[in-house]
Design a protein around this ligand. Structure first.
Ligand code: ZN
Length: 174
């Protein structure tokens, strides 16, 4: 077995890429991290980023009210939650792409019409390298973080950049 250094899925010996996250596995098992920052990324888990408590809204909430809430709270995305089940994510990008110049006409429509349904999620114990890989592949700026099957938090590209900046500074001995 080769354990994927990104997502820790066990892959069969000789697999070219991880069946779970599709990172190339060739030479991965013998590869030494190129820098201390890379080693950090492959060791540290999302929980050390202290994922922020998510801002949640129900699926029937009008999109205009969701936007107001996002502005008031200074957040880039809202989690759409039905009961305690995560059903979608609504980001600044969804607002721009889906509302656009029709915004004034659409503000009373439910958020469920504009959210991205069934969002990609991560677990608190996933590695930071895996989060970066997911964001890169999917073009996501925010990812919901689950713990024991429940929505526990959200991380953004900014959280990752903050982490990277700290690690890079540390690796330069500052
Ligand atoms: Zn993997």
């Amino acid at each position: 077995m080769i354990v994927c250094p990104y997502c820790e899925t066990e892959n069969i010996e000789g697999a070219d890429e991880c069946e779970q996250c599709h990172v190339p596995l060739t030479d991965m098992s013998i590869r030494v991290p190129a820098s201390s920052v890379e080693a950090d990324l492959l060791r540290d888990r999302i929980e050390i980023l202290w994922p922020k408590s998510p801002s949640t809204v129900p699926p029937d909430k009008p999109v205009g009210q969701v936007l107001k809430k996002m502005v008031a709270e200074g957040i880039g995305c809202a989690m759409v939650v039905d009961g305690d089940k995560l059903v979608g994510i609504f980001s600044e990008r969804d607002a721009l792409m889906k509302l656009n110049t029709d915004a004034s006409r659409l503000l009373d429509k439910p958020i469920s019409q504009f959210m991205t349904p069934r969002p990609v999620t991560l677990e608190t114990n996933d590695k930071i390298a895996f989060a970066i890989h997911k964001m890169n592949v999917g073009g996501y700026r925010h990812l919901p973080i689950m713990f024991c099957g429940k929505l526990a938090g959200v991380i953004s590209i900014r959280d990752i950049l903050r982490y990277l900046t700290e690690r890079i500074a540390k690796s330069h001995g500052r």
